[in-house]
Design a protein around this ligand. Structure first.
Ligand code: 5RP
Length: 217
């Protein structure tokens, strides 16, 4: 089965978690694009969505699905998003699509975080996928130096990418993240870091691994 087909099957399964009248938090990426397309079929049943990126907002509105402000909705019952890596404790690396900050905000606001992955994203230890970190532009070099000192990893500026928040992304290579909660806390404290693409303090609640049939963890 192709990676895309696995993503689509995970996204279809996630529709089972959507209940009537819900405001659904919506992540970003190619897996979520399948979820948005599936959500369009039941859009009359939901109260609306909160979007984690301009990209997802455009796709949602293209389907005629209402996009609301998190400031107006309060906490959400459900957040559905993809991930770049997932460990056995449902802790994640996210931010391959540079939407990590808004994704983290919505995850924090949500009672249930359902994460959709294809099987290639399951890892025993996080870090094979370079860890994205969103940084304030003037702090780019400072944060890179602190990353080297704190982690020993290799920071690479994602040149040409500006986030929806007007910031930059640094990807940290060569990590083996044995304590993701501690690393998330440490890196988040460096001045200039907006957010770290580790979702360990607030991991996923449910992980759906795409396949025939999808596996729910
Ligand atoms: C975007 C993300 C995505 O969820 C992650 O990159 C996975 O993307 P895809 O579904 O395209 O494989 O964190 O910031």
């Amino acid at each position: 089965m192709s990676q895309n087909e696995a993503k689509r099957l995970a996204a279809e399964k996630a529709i089972e978690y959507v209940e009537d009248g819900m405001v659904v938090g919506v992540g970003t990426g190619s897996t979520v694009a399948f979820f948005i397309d599936a959500l369009a079929r039941i859009k009359h049943r939901i109260a609306g969505t909160v979007s984690s990126s301009e990209q997802s907002t455009e796709r949602l509105r293209g389907h005629g699905i209402e996009v609301l402000e998190l400031n107006d909705t309060g906490d959400l019952a459900l957040y559905v998003d993809g991930a770049d890596e997932c460990d056995p404790n449902k802790r994640l690396i996210k931010g391959g699509g540079a939407a990590l900050t808004r994704e983290k905000i919505i995850a924090e606001a949500s009672d249930r975080f359902v994460c959709l992955i294809d099987p290639s994203k399951q890892v025993p230890v996080l870090g094979r996928f370079p860890l994205p970190i969103e940084v304030i532009p003037m702090a780019r070099s400072l944060v890179a130096r602190r990353i080297v000192a704190l982690t020993g990893g290799q920071p690479v500026w994602r040149d040409g990418v500006v986030t929806d928040n007007g910031n930059l992304v640094i990807d940290v290579h060569n990590l083996s993240i044995t304590d993701p909660v501690a690393l998330e806390r440490e890196l988040s404290q460096v001045p200039g870091v907006v957010s770290v693409g580790l979702f360990a303090r607030r991991p996923a609640d449910v992980v759906i691994v795409g396949g025939e049939p999808p596996r729910v963890l």
